[in-house]
Design a protein around this ligand. Structure first.
Ligand code: SF4
Ligand code: SF4
Length: 112
């Protein structure tokens, strides 16, 4: 599936759930991420972004800070080379960006 190409929010959210469900939160991806050292917390790395994405689709919530984490991803896919579970982190990020535009994950609804 090309998550960025789908216009169906339900299908996008389901795809994100499937990808995020494979994440073991092991952190093996984090050393490869160029944005993690530049951010104030681990939300600026792949593991944090997967966590935020799952919260966005499960609870319909994403704060402005959460959106900053999602939009600071470079979509470089370096994390995918290190991930033993094959989680498509840049695909998840693209999907959440699309969902944020539809209002499913609106900033400010609750704390992320
Ligand atoms: S995305 Fe992959 S490498 Fe990163 S924490 Fe999840 S399972 Fe581990
Ligand atoms: S795709 Fe995003 S989360 Fe993955 S390594 Fe690149 S900047 Fe980090």
């Amino acid at each position: 599936m090309d998550p960025g190409g789908s216009r169906d929010p339900g299908a996008l959210a389901e795809w994100v759930r499937g990808e995020a469900s494979r994440c073991m939160y092991c952190g093996l991806c984090e050393p490869s991420c160029p944005t993690l050292p530049l951010g104030p917390h681990r939300g600026y790395g792949p593991r944090g972004r997967v966590y935020l994405a799952l919260a966005a689709v499960e609870e319909g919530r994403l704060t402005v800070e959460g959106l900053a984490s999602i939009y600071s991803c470079l979509l470089c896919a370096a994390c995918t080379l290190a991930c033993p579970a094959g989680v498509d982190v840049p695909g998840v990020v693209r999907a959440v960006r699309s969902l944020a535009r539809t209002g499913l994950a609106a900033p400010g609804r609750a704390d992320a």
